[in-house]
Write a protein that binds this ligand. Sequence first.
Ligand code: SF4
Length: 270
Amino acid sequence: MASGTLRAPDGRMYIRKSMLEEFSFCPYKFKRVWVDGLEKRPNQAMLIGTRFHDFAEKFFDYCLGVDPDRWDEFIPAQFISDEASMAKWFIERERDRYYELEDAKRLEEFMPITREDTMTSNILLLTSTVDRVDWFNKEKNLISIVEYKTGKSLNEESLIRQLAFYTLLWNDVRRKGIVANLQLVNPRLRIIRNFNVQQWHLDKAMRDISKLRAAMKTGDYPRKCSDVKLAFCRLCSPSECGFWKNIHDVDIKSRFDNNFTFTKHREGIL
Ligand code: SF4
């Protein structure tokens, strides 16, 4: 069992957003990580993502004490050029947002309502940490759930599921304001994308959570792979994923599997 998992008194596990994403990607991968406790070593992309999240969170601790035209000075000298350029883009967006709200005489909406907020529902048995929640329109009591992503591509279905997951938690735990908007901020792709929260998004997220609970009950975690997933994930060999079916491939297959297993040992996966 993975460390740090939260359990109810009856033994049921609290589901995190990352668990649901792992399960949707591949139920077998979910099992390896969350049931068998396989440790994932952070790669460079994950470390950059974590550092950006830290930067974006701390930015709001200090920004109101400094003239917005000097916010670029917050960019840490230790950032590599990729990180510095993401931070610069983020600051430019926040500066624009600040001046727009100031012009609209709604500057009190600039500061997020909450950041890096861990919410735990003892009714739904869900837990997760939301990156940020902003006012969408304070007068109308509408809020916007904000998610930072630093990946090089965008999976809209996964993103909406994650934001719907937060919405379910927010509606159950915080109940401050009505979630009217889901916002993606990706400083690497230089994208801000807004989605309307619709009831079917929440229904679908609940259905996905139920499927995960059912799998946890039965212990049924089938492999759900593709050549792209295999290249990205590499927890199984190609033959384990059923990619070697032709008799002429047998020799190549055994050589590949041997090499693959060796690589996994070297990387500490096995
Ligand atoms: S390699 Fe494929 S089947 Fe194995 S855990 Fe990863 S995605 Fe699932």
